[in-house]
Design a protein around this ligand. Structure first.
Ligand code: SF4
Length: 243
């Protein structure tokens, strides 16, 4: 299967190709609904897939409990990545622990120390990584390719098996396969990240409106997935069906 074929392949076929093609594969999970689709599919393709997740130090308690639930339910090898202690201490020593509220650059610095840098360090151990992005989540993700080299991680291959899936397809999958979802969805969250930077959304709001909600004109990304050049940052996308 070549890259053109993969653009229209099923998520199962994309994952099968990935695990056949690459020696060491990291499935990077936030433990939102998309992650569970990928974990469930991966466990049916390979024994004990490696799953990486970022413990930023600012996650909701519910996320920790849900990760533990998933770890017991699925035969995965879980790596929980943490920020580098000296980097974290230097940042909080200079700016405090709530720096993200003061400016976008400081918010990006916090995301770099707690998310981007730990993931970059860990991905050096792998040949490819899998992520649960969907193109319809934000305008900045609308052109996301299924398979591409990732310039943010030394050109390693980044695989996005759910790129063409809708939110409804993800939830149908969880429902059809009897998979329990993250409990914060039941409290109105449509996207789940760090506790101080995520709130529940109101009916009619965009899917990621609850992320960094005090920022009115940014692209709602933490630079794990840099926006693709040429994609407008401020175009509104209507929310899909309620969770
Ligand atoms: S989401 Fe908020 S708390 Fe989490 S790393 Fe980014 S700025 Fe820091």
């Amino acid at each position: 299967m070549n890259k053109t074929d993969l653009q229209n392949a099923t998520a199962e076929d994309i994952l099968s190709w990935t695990y056949r093609r690459f020696g060491r594969v990291a499935l990077v999970a936030s433990f939102q609904a998309e992650s569970l689709v990928l974990i469930d599919l991966a466990c049916k393709i390979v024994p004990e897939p490696e799953v990486l997740t970022l413990d930023t130090g600012r996650l909701h308690e519910e996320t920790h409990e849900y990760i533990e639930y998933v770890r017991k339910q699925f035969p995965i090898r879980l790596r929980i990545l943490a920020p580098e202690a000296s980097e974290l201490e230097a940042m909080t020593g200079e700016h405090g622990d709530m720096l993200f509220r003061r400016s976008v650059p400081l918010r990006n610095q916090c995301c770099a120390v707690r998310k981007v840098n730990p993931l970059a360090r860990a991905l050096r151990d792998y040949d490819a990584w899998i992520t649960g992005l969907r193109r319809d989540q934000t305008p900045t993700r609308a052109a996301t390719p299924v398979v591409a080299s990732d310039p943010g991680h030394d050109g390693m291959t980044k695989v996005v098996p759910l790129a063409s899936w809708t939110r409804d397809q993800v939830w149908d999958y969880l429902h059809d396969h009897g998979i329990r979802h993250h409990p914060l969805y039941d409290r109105g969250f449509m996207s789940i990240g760090c506790a101080p930077c995520t709130r529940a959304t109101q009916p009619g709001e965009q899917e990621r409106a609850g992320r960094w909600w005090w920022e009115s004109d940014t692209h709602k990304e933490c630079l794990l997935h840099p926006p693709i050049a040429g994609v407008p940052e401020r175009t509104a996308v209507p929310a899909r069906g309620a969770v």
